[in-house]
Design a protein around this ligand. Structure first.
Ligand SMILES: [Zn+2]
Length: 86
């Protein structure tokens, strides 16, 4: 259901750390999932999402990090197939 690695791609290389947080954006009609990240990339991802929001690539809303859990994702939209290029 979730990728088994951090979604971050740094300097052309995928981060191989296991994901620790689900990154999502809280919008009016629910929650838009952006990807997953390890603890090390949490801050960098947060900044990157703001840029993507300004570019209109991700819905504007509150950036939310939740600890990765295997359940409770029924209302999450979007997908985490795209890597986040830093
Ligand atoms: Zn990472």
């Amino acid at each position: 259901m979730f990728p088994d690695k951090c979604s971050v791609k740094e300097e052309g290389r995928n981060c191989l750390n296991p994901p620790e947080f689900v990154i999502s954006v809280l919008v009016e009609d629910g929650e838009y999932m952006v990807g997953v990240t390890c603890n090390r990339h949490k801050g960098a991802v947060s900044g990157k999402i703001q840029i993507l929001q300004n570019e209109g690539k991700i819905p504007k809303g509150t950036i939310n990090f939740s600890e990765l859990k295997p359940v409770g994702t029924d209302c999450i939209k979007g997908n985490a197939d795209d890597l986040i290029q830093l």
